[in-house]
Design a protein. Structure first.
Length: 313
């Protein structure tokens, strides 16, 4: 049996994704312009103070996760091997710290629930919809669903436990991420259109219409397909039983979504296009590192060919 080339496209792509995760988190961690935003024009905002502090603390845990991830990746590229036990241990640390980062958004979720409940029955239907569907529910889901699946996946990561559980919960976690991205990004699009720009913002700037469709319908379709694939593949007992081409296709599609929205601003953006959507996606999106995912998804599309070349009969 021939050995696999060490610097394969898959390994290089994985390293670049981990590097992007680290660099984007490094930049966000040491960008401190948000400090003091709770004192706007001399008025103190407890909501901004509490949510910023909580999210800032959570970001520190993601930064720690990114350091572990990039150090492990560099060590692997340099030494060429990591034991299964060591790999699982490092992955567990990354997953747990990433879970704490997402759980740091719970303050935002709690305050949003409180604000929505305080509206009472006398509030208009539109105001209740804006509050619950566009703000409260997305914040609650992202602060609870993702950390829960990450912690379960971390618990399943053990050399003493069957690989089936790892594969199953890795797929569930990935699907949860896509679902949360659909929910939060769709809500931000509707907040932008309903409260700031109006729906003419989509027809005036065609690239925005494409982004809106990709968000509301594209990410939803990707979530549904990912959930279907997860259910279909949850019985896989090894990675050889998993269709890596489909995994690569899902990763590629998600990465292209982030890359498209980033490049549309680069090529078509300007002060006349700036809105709450771009402020959210470009200025407050700590998952923008996922625009590097195509470099991992594309090699996975050729997983069968790689397997055939490296493990000939």
């Amino acid at each position: 049996m021939t050995e696999e080339k060490f610097y394969s496209p898959l390994k290089i792509g994985l390293f670049i994704v981990v590097l992007s995760y680290f660099l984007f988190t490094l930049h966000a961690t040491f960008t401190l312009s948000w400090i003091g935003e709770w004192n706007h024009n001399g008025h103190f905002s407890f909501y901004v103070f509490a949510t910023d502090i909580s999210a800032g603390v959570g970001l520190g845990f993601r930064f720690a996760a990114s350091i572990i991830a990039i150090c492990a990746a560099i060590f692997y590229l340099n030494k060429g091997t990591l034991t299964t036990a060591k790999t699982y241990k490092l992955l567990r640390w990354v997953l747990v710290l990433e879970a704490i980062y997402w759980f740091g958004l719970i303050t935002t979720a709690v305050l949003n629930v409180q604000n929505s409940l305080q509206l009472g029955a006398q509030a208009s239907a539109n105001l209740l919809i804006d509050s619950w569907l566009l703000t409260t529910i997305p914040s609650v889901v992202e602060a609870t669903l993702i950390p829960a699946t990450l912690l379960i996946l971390a618990y399943k990561l053990s050399p003493a436990k069957p690989l089936n559980g790892v594969i199953k919960w890795a797929l569930i976690t990935g699907t949860s991420y896509i679902f949360v991205f659909w929910l939060t990004n769709t809500s931000m699009w509707f907040i932008t259109l309903r409260l700031q720009t109006g729906y003419g913002y989509l027809t005036t700037y065609p690239q925005n219409l494409v982004s809106f469709i990709l968000t509301t319908f594209g990410l939803l379709a990707l979530t549904i397909y990912s959930a279907y694939f997860t259910k279909k593949s949850s019985g896989a007992k090894s990675f050889q039983e998993l269709n890596l081409k489909i995994v690569g296709g899902i990763i590629l599609a998600l990465g292209m979504y982030f890359l498209w929205n980033y490049l549309t601003w680069i090529f078509f953006g300007g002060n006349h296009v700036w809105s709450l959507w771009y402020a959210w996606f470009l200025g407050h999106n700590l998952d923008l590192w996922m625009l590097s995912l195509p470099l991992l998804g594309i090699p996975l599309l050729f997983a069968d060919q790689i397997h055939e070349k490296t493990n000939p009969p």
